[in-house]
Ligand binder design. Sequence first.
Ligand code: NCD
Ligand code: ZN
Length: 367
Amino acid sequence: MSPSPASIETSPPSLSLRRPDDWHVHLRDGAMLRAVAPTTARSFARAIVMPNLVPPVTTTAAAQAYRQRILEALPDHAGFQPLMTAYLCDGTDPEDLAAGFRQGVFTACKLYPAHATTNSAAGVSDLARLEPVFATMESIGMPLLVHGEVTDACVDIFDREAVFLERHLDPLVRRHPGLKVVLEHITTEQSVAFVEGAGASVAATITPHHLHINRNAMFRGGLRPDFYCLPVAKRERHRLALRRAAVSGRPCFFLGTDSAPHARAAKESACGCAGIFNAPWAIESYAQVFEEEQALERLQGFASEHGPRFYGLPQNEEQIRLVREPQRIPELVRLDDGAGGTVALVPFHAGDILNWRLEASGGEDRP
Ligand code: NCD
Ligand code: ZN
């Protein structure tokens, strides 16, 4: 969707917001963690950190150690708070989860259906086996974050999210009406309708890429691995439904980038990885969508208020400033890996011009 010139002319020259949080990000580990973590911490105060490492983060002890490695990767971002998640598997111990939640180590649990996406082989093969875990989470108020796709090879990949709602999520929410559920990175009009109709305990995150691209992006002039992610982008009518949801002002929709970096060789390969690296310009990317939809006044709710309200956390008091100043996004970013090397990644919007620029706070610069 292209903005009408009138909407651009009436945009303010700058915009101040409560500092936003990212309610879904992949920070990885090792050199990649040290390379990408600053790109998230520069814009966001907190982030829900996905646990799909190899091996996955399944215990309180593993999450504590991972949180420490994240903080060590961010010497210049003392205020950044990683919020840790537990990777659910068939053998998850509800007692360890509850203990980790009470100690403030875990903020939520992440449900990956086994083999649904990157590093999900150890995920859940049968939701029924996790009933005791869901019951414990419901009773202690621990949110369940869901990768909502069936893995059934008979189901067309573009239908896997919608089928998951019918087969799994709707029955789960009915069985546990008090369970807080976030349907992550929604991609379809069916998910928008499901979340809107589900009541206050169900919410969804929406990524910048699913607001900007439809499935054609993966095939424009050839095969474009940089636009391949899971859940895969869908038809245009779904993108438009996501845009309406994001700018609707409804508290059940909030920001979650799903920034998912993979080394360039792992993306541009005969069997390329799913994931889009959008962290460095994510807030500008969302701002562009809200501007195009003439809803800039609703950006703060989506980016900085609805998430904390759902999670029962305080809102950030600090402000950021976005300046309306076009910037060209580089084709490739080279990030310092903290060990004398660099990691080269193709960012989302590579080669595009974005209308907004986040003003640096504390003198840090872009990658
Ligand atoms: C994520 C990753 O690479 O870890 N990939 C992606 O396409 N989003 C996993 C996920 O969130 O599905
Ligand atoms: Zn993800």
